[in-house]
Design a protein around this ligand. Structure first.
Ligand code: HAM
Length: 453
């Protein structure tokens, strides 16, 4: 690798990749706005202390951190939640609750490079702050599911696995696990799928669990997708387990009522790696189980207070663009390429150049996208260039057209062409233009290739 090569795990977005990124972001934004969320942003560089304890060891070990020129210990943001918690902890008191905010930050984590995991990614974050009711948990999961559905994926492609940390803690209590080992057990469960049963058992025993307790816990983890009812039957004589199952049952009912029952299932192994979660947690995965999580989130009622702000309850998620992008490409749901544009305007002699420039100005003003030839060429070369440019139509203003106050509009796909009055290339031209221009896709939507899927 030369000194100037792109850093490992970072991305360059040429027009093709940018088309996919814009497509994903625009659908994310539309869904979040559709649920009444408002967009916000924060600084990409933050004090190191914001993450050092609040996010948990895993993220703390992946920070891009350094000492700045003012001797401050800083870090590139690895996640958005601490920034959001600080922002709303200080200004949330005066705001009407619940607060629904979303953001699409670029995040940085020094991760080991692997499929679906890079050192820089974007995340849709949507959070509801100031509402402790389970309805808020169900609503953020609905936003997450819809943000994926809006990209063309359905229940055969992905699923949300849902659990509640309080339920896991209650189960650990019912199994007689000492409370000092609870945090370690949550971490072990979070990693169980990746590390495998033998390493997980070792880890649990090192935390002080008896081999029977470790066996019991791993048995539950292996049955991961077994139903909540199975778990309730198994712990029928443990009231705290039954009590902590209730919010999950309400959550499932609400999702059902929202028509999203097919997208969510209970999974005892989902506990989330981040330290601040306190209640219902969830992750979205591809159904085939080949990829890392598309999305993760949950309730974190203590974080705003711990950061020194108002102790408001909060729930939300982060959805990455990397795994989702892989899934969309795999399913043929990525946009075909960079957006094309409407008109390539050709002039043949210097005398027609001002007319061509004026025509471009008018076409753009009418909401279309237009490129003007930059130098004189033969008609043949101009047309070849227009065809390669990605334009839908060529507008030719040669000496004949100029003399007649007209332009020749040629459909670059079919080769059909017609002569139209130059005057018809007017602002608001859709209504006033001839048939040839009327369907030219002059709105910004079609100009950017949106709405095809
Ligand atoms: P997270 O589970 O660390 O949660 O990340 C959420 C999602 O971001 C993951 O499911 C994954 O799709 C994506 N992601 C994370 N790391 C990488 C990476 N290195 N490369 C590519 N994609 C990645 C959070 O960040 C929480 N702050 C989410 C949240 C918001 N919880 C409540 N509100």
């Amino acid at each position: 690798m030369t000194a100037l090569a792109k850093l490992r795990g970072f991305r360059e977005f040429g027009p093709d990749e940018m088309a996919l990124r814009n497509h994903v972001f625009s659908r994310w934004r539309a869904v979040a706005c559709g649920y009444g969320f408002s967009e916000y942003d924060g600084p990409p560089l933050e004090p190191l202390a914001l993450y050092a304890e609040k996010s948990g060891d895993e993220i703390a070990g992946q920070l891009y951190e350094f000492v700045d020129r003012g001797d401050r210990r800083v870090a590139l943001r690895p996640e958005m939640t601490p920034t959001l918690a600080r922002m709303l902890g200080s200004r949330g008191r005066a705001m009407a609750k619940p607060i629904r905010w979303f953001s699409i930050p670029q995040l940085f984590r020094y991760e080991r490079n692997q499929r679906g995991r890079l050192r820089e990614h974007f995340q849709l974050n949507a959070d509801i702050v100031g509402e402790a009711a389970v309805a808020a948990d169900a609503e953020v999961l609905a936003v997450a599911v819809d943000a994926v559905r809006a990209l063309g994926l359905g229940p055969a492609d992905f699923t949300a696995r849902v659990n509640d940390r309080r339920l896991v803690v209650a189960v650990l209590g019912a199994l007689g696990v000492p409370s000092a080992a609870v945090g370690g057990c949550l971490e072990a469960l979070d990693k169980a799928e990746r590390t495998g049963p033998a390493a997980s058992r070792q880890r649990l025993e090192a935390l002080g669990l008896s081999s029977a307790q470790a066996e019991d816990l791993l048995g539950l983890a292996a049955a991961g997708a077994g139903s909540l009812d199975d778990l309730k039957r198994r712990f029928a004589d443990a009231p705290e387990v039954l009590a902590t199952a209730a919010p999950l049952e309400e959550h499932a009912c609400l999702l059902e009522a929202m028509g999203l029952g097919a997208y969510a299932e209970f999974d005892f192994t989902v506990v989330r790696g981040l330290a601040y979660y306190t209640g219902i947690v969830f992750e979205l995965f591809d159904r085939a189980g080949e990829l890392r999580a598309i999305c993760g989130g949950g309730r974190y009622d203590g974080l705003l207070g711990r950061l020194g702000g108002d102790p408001l309850p909060a729930v939300g998620f982060g959805m990455g663009d990397v795994v989702l992008g892989e899934l969309l490409r795999e399913r043929g749901l990525a946009p075909d390429g960079p957006p094309s544009f409407d008109f390539f305007v050709i002039w043949l002699e210097e005398a027609q150049r001002p007319l061509a420039l004026e025509a471009c100005r008018r076409l753009r003003k009418a909401g279309g996208s237009a490129v003007c030839a930059l130098r004189p060429r033969s008609m043949r070369k101009h047309l070849a260039m227009a065809a390669r440019s990605g334009a839908r139509r060529a507008v030719v203003i040669g000496p004949d057209e100029a003399a007649a106050g007209a332009a020749t509009v040629r459909d670059l796909e079919t080769g059909e062409q017609e002569r139209v009055a130059l005057e018809s290339l007017l602002p608001g031209g859709v209504a006033r233009s001839p048939a040839g221009l009327a369907n030219a896709g002059t709105g910004p939507e079609s100009a950017h290739g949106e709405g095809d899927r």
